[in-house]
Design a protein around this ligand. Structure first.
Ligand SMILES: [Fe+2]
Ligand SMILES: [Fe+2]
Length: 290
């Protein structure tokens, strides 16, 4: 039983006990009054107890409604603030805001699939609000791009090795920003938020299953699950989108490439989930063009 439920029960108990206590106290101060001496007294007290229980119930319903509205308002405010923060990076990028929208839908599709029936199901279920947090956190994966110069970020042609090294720093810049945001949140609220998940996604979404990714060359399950999920969604969306320097691939070509990279770039289990849901990816891509 939660703390809140215990408090509610305690509150109802106090209210229901009030008529009994009143009856006994009245008996103590008034020598002519004998508690529960008549049937009428007993009936009156029972009616009062029922009335108190009903009153308590109504007050609890009002309180629950108010708390729910308040926490919903907080979550929406938080989500809007995060989306605004994420769009700052997107405005400077060749990618559009639709990219973030698609990524959040893709990770929801994969997260739901993996939660249903996969070796990751237990882990996902054991985490509080994992999928909801993953959806919110995923839009921040490229937030570190705000620290990359325009000349490199918006360069239409191929990047030099040196420029590519600078692009890579968006993972560490982003994770630094989100780590300090998460620390601030913890200091003020006292609990962890999805910013901790966002931090690991920003840092790990360019890692590869075989250890050839960046910035930490992590391998296999050492790469956080959220990063592995976003990595696949991000690549699917990038290859099926037009860029100044390349034409968009067809959905079929993207699926084939992801299949071929199962176990090298991508987590095999997440790749299998993607292959099961590929049609939903294609529909999402068509519905959120831009
Ligand atoms: Fe990235
Ligand atoms: Fe991206």
């Amino acid at each position: 039983m939660t703390n809140r439920s215990t408090n509610y029960l305690f509150f109802i108990a106090i209210l229901c006990l009030a008529p009994l206590i009143r009856e006994f106290l009245f008996g103590l101060v008034s020598p002519h009054h004998h508690p529960f001496a008549t049937t009428e007294d007993i009936v009156h007290t029972i009616i009062e107890i029922v009335a108190m229980a009903l009153l308590g119930g109504v007050l609890i319903l009002i309180d629950r409604r108010f708390t729910r509205d308040k926490s919903k308002e907080l979550r929406v405010t938080q989500a809007v603030a995060i989306e605004t923060l994420a769009s700052l990076a997107e405005y400077r990028d060749a990618e559009t805001s639709q990219h973030l929208q698609r990524i959040s839908i893709f990770v929801k599709i994969l997260g739901d699939n993996l939660q249903k029936d996969s070796p990751y199901s237990c882990y996902i279920k054991s985490q509080n609000n994992y999928i909801e947090d993953l959806v919110n956190a995923s839009v921040l994966h490229d937030i570190g791009k705000i620290g990359v110069p325009d000349a490199i970020l918006l360069k239409p042609g191929a990047l030099t090795d040196e420029e590519f090294e600078i692009i890579k720093t968006h993972t560490t810049i982003g994770s630094d920003i989100l780590r300090s945001a998460d620390l601030q949140f913890q200091k003020r609220i006292g609990t962890q938020s999805y910013l901790a998940l966002a931090f690991s996604i920003a840092r790990g979404h360019h890692e590869k299953w075989d250890g050839s990714g960046y910035p930490d060359s992590l391998e296999g399950e050492n790469i956080p699950l959220g990063s592995r999920i976003v990595a696949l969604c991000d690549v699917y969306d990038a290859v099926t989108s037009d860029r100044v320097y390349k034409k968009a691939w067809s959905h079929e070509k993207a699926v084939q490439m992801i299949k071929e990279n199962r176990g090298s770039h991508f987590d095999p289990i997440i790749t299998d989930a993607f292959l099961q849901e590929a049609q939903l990816f294609e529909i999402t891509k068509k519905n959120y063009i831009g």
